[in-house]
Ligand binder design. Sequence first.
Ligand code: FES
Ligand SMILES: [Fe+2]
Length: 365
Amino acid sequence: MLINLWYVVLPSAQLTDGLKPVQLLGQHFVAFRDEVGTARLLSDICVHRGGALSAGVKVGGSVQCPYHGWRFGGDGVCNHIPAQPDLRIPLRARVDAYPTIERYGWIWAFLGDLPEAERPPLPQLDWVDDPNVRVVSGHFDWDASWDRVMENGLDFAHAPFVHGSTFGDPDHPEIGGFEVEREPWGGSALMTMRRPVRKGWRRKPTGAHVDVATRPGFHLSGPCVTLELAPRDGWKIFIVSAHTPVDGRRTRTWWMMGRTFMRWPLLDRRVVASNLKIFNQDLVVLNKVRPERVPDSWLQEVSIKSDALQIAFRQKIHALEERGWRIDEVRVEREFTGRTACVVPCPDRREGGPWAIETIPIIAQ
Ligand code: FES
Ligand SMILES: [Fe+2]
C-alpha cells in the first residue's frame, strides 16, 4: 500500500453531522465536518491515552475524545483539556490531520506528508458533473487486496470466463492488439470488445454480437480504474471504481457509472444491480487468488502481451515505491501491535516539532 496519494474517504452526502470512523491503509481515521462544513480527516488515535476519537462526539468544529474529553480541532491540534482547563496545552497534544478535497461527489483525503505543491492532481472525471450524463453510484467490499482488484479492472481476458453470463463472450476469448497510452499518473488502452447482444427483461442472448470500443485505464494519484465504453454511435458509458485499501487484504470500492442515453431514473436500479452482479462475479475469483497480493517479482508469475495494461500499472507502482511511498506492511504487523501504534504522517509533520505517535514504517529505497 502506498502513502502520498489521494484516497476516497466517503461520498460527500454520507458525511453529515456526526463523526464517521474510516479505515484506510490499515489505519484508523475519523471524518467529520467542521463549523463551516469543510470535510476533515484526523488520525483516530487520541494522543492522551489512545481513545478512539471516532467513538466520541463532535462539539462545535472539534472532535471530543470519548475517554477524558480532550478536544481536537479540524487541524488536529488539541484545544481543550477538561481535567485541567487552565493548563497550557502541551505541544505534543495533536493528532495528524490530512488535507481533503471534495470533488465529483466524493471526499478525497491526501494520506501523506507532501507539501501542497508536490501533491499529485486528482484524476479527471469531468463526466460526473456533466448534466447530460445520468450518474448512479454505490460501493462494494472485497475480501481481496486493492492491487489485485485494480488489476482485475484492467484485465479483459477474464471477461469470457468470469462474466460469461453478463458482458463476456465465452465463444470469443481472443484479445486483439492494443497500445498502452501512458500518462504521468496512469495509463489506458483502447480495445475492441466483442459483446453478445442480450434482449428482454431476462437479458437472454440473441446469438448476435456487437463490437464495442472500450477504454480501460488506471490512475494512481487517486487510485481508481476507469472505463469508457461506446456501445453505439453517440452513446457513452463511463465507470470509475476507486479501489480503496481498507488494509492489505480488504478493499472498499466506491464507484460511479454514467450514461449518456436512456437517462430515465427508473433504469437506475437496474444499472446498479448489473454493476454489483459483475463485481460479485469478480469476487468469486479474486478472493481465492494466491498470493493475495501482487507479487514483488515479475518472475513469480507469467505475463503475456494481452496483460500489457496491468504491466503498465505494476511499473507505475514500482516507480512510486522508488520514491519511498510504500508502507512496510511486514514491519507494521510485526512491530506496531501491542505496545506501539503508528500513523500515516500528515503534512504538518514536515514542520518538525514533537509528535506523540510514531509514523508508519516505509520501505526505504
Ligand atoms: S484518551 Fe482521549 S482524552 Fe484521554
Ligand atoms: Fe471482471
